[in-house]
Write a protein that binds this ligand. Structure first.
Ligand SMILES: [Fe+2]
Length: 159
């Protein structure tokens, strides 16, 4: 998965607004969605992703999504106690704020978990390696196509 700087769903100016909005959202006693710390140091993914980019995406974007999602509990009390996974399965019944911020929270949470520092790099399982070979011919070819897809996708940068 490739995620490039500034490739969040929201444009930069929107991201700034999200950050400002998060700063003014009062802490809710019933706030249930939380921003987990990064599972590694902010500079652990360098040189692929620099520390500033990680801090922006975690401390600003992700934090804003969490705060804005918590603010929606007033409108949708059923969100309290609901897992992010359960929410994703019923997004159509919620407003745009829940969809955008619930999706942003989920995506960023997933993003932190699927990446790891070079020191923790591992090989794919035998089953995954076989599936990659079957689908793409080789790991190298999969990486090539993956890079191509990410670099030519407008907007999100996700491939
Ligand atoms: Fe982000």
């Amino acid at each position: 998965m490739m995620h490039t700087p500034g490739a969040c769903r929201a444009p930069r100016s929107h991201s700034v607004l999200l950050g400002l909005a998060a700063a003014f959202v009062p802490m809710l006693a019933s706030a249930q969605f939380t921003l987990a710390p990064l599972p590694y140091a902010a500079d652990a993914l360098e040189p692929h992703i620099d520390k500033a980019t990680m801090e922006i995406h975690h401390g600003r974007h992700h934090n804003a999504y969490v705060n804005n999602l918590n603010a929606q509990i007033k409108t949708y009390p059923e969100l309290a106690g609901m897992s992010l996974e359960a929410m994703q399965g019923q997004m159509s019944k919620f407003n745009t704020a829940v969809r955008n911020n619930g999706g942003g929270h989920y995506n960023h949470d997933l993003f932190w978990k699927v990446m790891a520092p070079e020191s923790q790099r591992g090989a794919p399982s035998a089953a995954l390696a076989a599936a990659i070979d079957k689908t793409f011919g080789s790991m190298a070819e999969m990486k090539k196509r993956f890079d191509q897809a990410a670099m030519t996708r407008f907007g999100s940068g996700w491939a």
